[in-house]
Design a protein around this ligand. Structure first.
Ligand code: EZ4
Ligand code: CO
Length: 413
């Protein structure tokens, strides 16, 4: 059989999503996630204007060949737009193949290696009291791992801290529309001071350990804001509190920066949510500079590429920590969960649940119970986009915030 129809759906049920639909000549439908936060329409155009016509008539079963063709043939390789577009095609073809086989995708990836997928959520608070409340809520609901982000005295709104009503769960959404909910025209701006952050954070982890004991897995995201020596100091200072991982401590494009951090501490390191290919990890993996691979399936060329990347990492004792924020659609989240269940070197899965509005549009079969996820046993990925429901939510431009140091210098967000 062949690919007969390729369409791109852009919808905004609470936030923007780009979804690829591939239909075969015998009517099997496959879905792929192509959402790139704040740059959605570029990927939609890549798919619509450049890929759709060349997919028509191809054998939908030739997933590896299609991946290589899309990666190598255009001459221009890598980058988040290209790799999100390839990822969407790849996910849709795996969805189709598993539906044809009548099995959940993880069966085609080798079957289940575990019963459930340990998830971590995002706990945040403007101050320690609010953070403690948030962590308490998650621990009570069964989570065994939490990412903690908190305000820094003297700074305003910062990365990872929810602005919603206190106590509200699952409420951090970094992409911002205009204040009245209509299309944004430019990013909002935040202010950052690394010195204040470095001084404040170790005490936060000390309090968490004192209040929650030694069992809780504590994660933290530095969002690429520290220089190598600052990150080394941070990793060393927080060593006594035994973080599960310190994520994205230095800017992502500088792989050798993590050598310095490694030389100074045993705090486990995770990086990669802005990476697109295995080559972004070549030095990090072969020199054992990280402990967890943070790529999103959606931004790293799909299931085909992620499986190879994680197998490569496994040889060096490095585990998965697949990116799972709300800007990964339920389709991309399902792709992550099938991989998580199947691979041996699973570490942890980020889980920021989607809003009810989003889940009215994407029908999912994955489950979450007492801290653990499962992709479900529906054939394929197990997620279907309700195109009619989606049509009610028009694309609404939203941007990730910009960030400046206190003297006005542009800094990493
Ligand atoms: O800021 O996905 O670990 N998770 C994160 C995310 C990212 C957003 C950017 O689109 O850092 O919340
Ligand atoms: Co992150």
């Amino acid at each position: 059989m062949t690919i007969e129809n390729v369409t791109v759906n852009v919808t905004s049920p609470g936030r923007n999503f780009v979804t690829l639909k591939i239909v075969t000549s015998d009517g099997i439908v496959g879905w792929g996630d192509a959402t790139l936060n704040g740059r959605e329409l570029s990927v939609a155009s890549y798919l619509d204007d450049h890929l759709a016509s060349i997919l028509i008539g191809r054998d939908e079963d030739r997933i590896e060949d299609t991946w290589q063709y899309l990666y190598r043939s255009p001459y221009w390789r890598r980058g988040p737009v290209t790799m999100a577009a390839i990822a969407a095609v790849d996910m849709a073809l795996w969805d189709i193949k598993a539906k044809k086989a009548g099995v959940p995708l993880y069966q085609l990836l080798g079957g289940a290696s575990r019963d459930g997928i340990r998830a971590y959520c995002h706990a945040s608070g403007g101050d320690y009291a609010a953070l403690k409340d948030a962590i308490t809520g998650y621990v009570e609901s069964g989570f065994t791992a939490v990412r903690v982000q908190t305000g820094v005295p003297g700074l305003g709104q910062i990365y990872g801290v929810a602005t919603n009503k206190p106590g509200a769960k699952y409420d951090y959404e970094p992409a911002k529309r205009a204040a009245d909910g209509t299309a944004a025209t430019a990013p909002t701006e935040e202010v950052w001071d690394t010195n204040a952050y470095l001084a404040h954070m170790p005490g936060v982890f000390e309090s968490i350990r004192a209040d929650f004991g030694t069992d809780l897995r504590i994660l933290h995201d530095g969002h690429h804001r520290m220089s190598p020596i600052e990150a080394a100091r941070f990793a060393k200072d927080v060593e006594p509190y035994r973080l599960f991982w310190l994520e994205d401590c230095t800017p992502g494009e500088d792989q050798t920066a993590l050598r310095l951090v490694r030389q100074h501490s045993t705090t486990p390191l995770a990086i990669g949510e802005v990476f697109n290919t295995v080559f972004d990890y070549q030095t990090l993996i072969t020199e054992r500079l990280i402990d967890y691979v943070r790529s999103a399936v959606t931004h790293t060329g799909g299931i085909t590429a992620m499986k190879k990347l994680l197998d490569f990492a496994a040889i060096y004792g490095i585990k998965s920590g697949i990116h799972g924020p709300t800007d990964i659609s339920p389709v991309g989240m399902a792709a992550a969960l099938h991989l998580d269940l199947a691979i041996h070197n699973f570490g942890i899965q980020e889980y920021m649940p989607h809003s009810e509005t989003t889940l009215d549009v994407f029908q999912t079969s994955f489950t979450f119970e007492r801290g653990f996820l499962h992709p479900g046993d529906t054939p394929g990925l197990g997620v279907e986009l309700d195109e009619e429901a989606a049509s009610a939510f028009e694309y609404t431009k939203a941007y990730l915030p910009a960030n400046r140091l206190t003297d006005g210098t542009v800094h990493d967000w």
